[in-house]
Design a protein around this ligand. Structure first.
Ligand code: PGA
Length: 261
């Protein structure tokens, strides 16, 4: 099964509009030759429009880092009295294609749950957006050998009630919390083991074909120096890149490593 690699830049709470334009402007020529890889950048809400404008004419896609949804009787509110929030329809209107959901920073600082991610994923599909669903264990959980159990609970919770036809288009980002922004990276074998486990969980929820279609990105201090060996693993289909996504040369080097996979 050959899955098209997908590398996404999670810019987190960084970049003013001018910075976003500059970074996209630098990325475009660097990525012009990498047609075999899907690439997305995920700026803050306030830089989406600037990034979208700068991305015009390139195949780099636009992503967001969250959305808000309220479900009532199976319908998702796209507007209303939810001060400070942004709906799936609004993201679509802003040219967004992908939405990062359930990032560990959102789980840790903003109380996001698997049930919440599940509702947000459904809200994405209702508007034709695609989710990047983040899962991953803390260091304490890894030390207690709970990694597989943790990512299984997260995967099952986040995908509850999502039909196979939609699940196959979702992306999962496996991000060991202890490797995010720390400079510590999972070894290729550690990452591969968890990716294979997640794919097995998908096969048990759905079927082999669906599990084999889902792209699973690795995230957690992926950088030019370690990208190739991580991406060489059979179940690692790309990366969700934080720190290294803020420098055009580093991000482009990771995308190029994915192209050689
Ligand atoms: P990092 O972040 O690459 O800076 O570790 C990855 C992420 O949190 O998505």
């Amino acid at each position: 099964m050959s899955r098209r690699p997908f590398v996404a830049g999670n810019w987190k709470m960084n970049m003013l509009r001018a910075d976003a334009e500059k970074l996209v402007g630098e990325l475009k020529p660097l990525l012009a030759g990498t047609d075999s890889v899907d690439v997305a950048v995920c700026p803050v809400y306030t830089a989406l429009a600037a990034a979208a404008g700068a991305l015009a004419g390139s195949k780099i896609m636009l992503g967001a880092q969250n959305l808000h949804t309220v479900e009532s009787d199976g319908a998702f509110a796209q507007s209303g009295a939810y001060t400070g929030e942004i709906s799936a329809e609004m993201l679509k209107d802003a040219c967004v294609a992908w939405v990062i959901l359930g990032h560990s920073e959102r789980r840790q600082y903003f109380g996001e749950t698997d049930a919440g991610v599940n509702a947000k994923a459904k809200a994405c599909f209702a508007q034709g957006l695609l989710p990047i669903v983040c899962v991953g264990e803390t260091l304490a959980e890894r030390d207690l050998e709970q990694t597989n159990a943790v990512v299984e609970v997260q995967t099952r919770g986040c995908f509850a009630g999502i039909p196979a036809a939609q699940a196959k288009d979702c992306v999962i980002a496996y991000e060991p919390v202890w490797a995010i922004g720390t400079g510590r990276t999972a070894t290729p074998q550690q990452a591969q083991d968890v990716h294979a486990h997640i794919r097995g969980v998908l096969a048990s929820i759905y079927d082999e074909a669906t599990a084999n279609a889902v792209r699973i990105q690795y995230g957690g201090s992926m950088k030019p120096g370690n990208a190739a060996e991580l991406l060489a693993q059979p179940d690692i289909d790309g990366g969700l890149i934080g720190g290294a996504a803020l420098k055009a040369a580093d991000f482009a080097a990771i995308v190029n490593a994915a192209a050689k996979r």
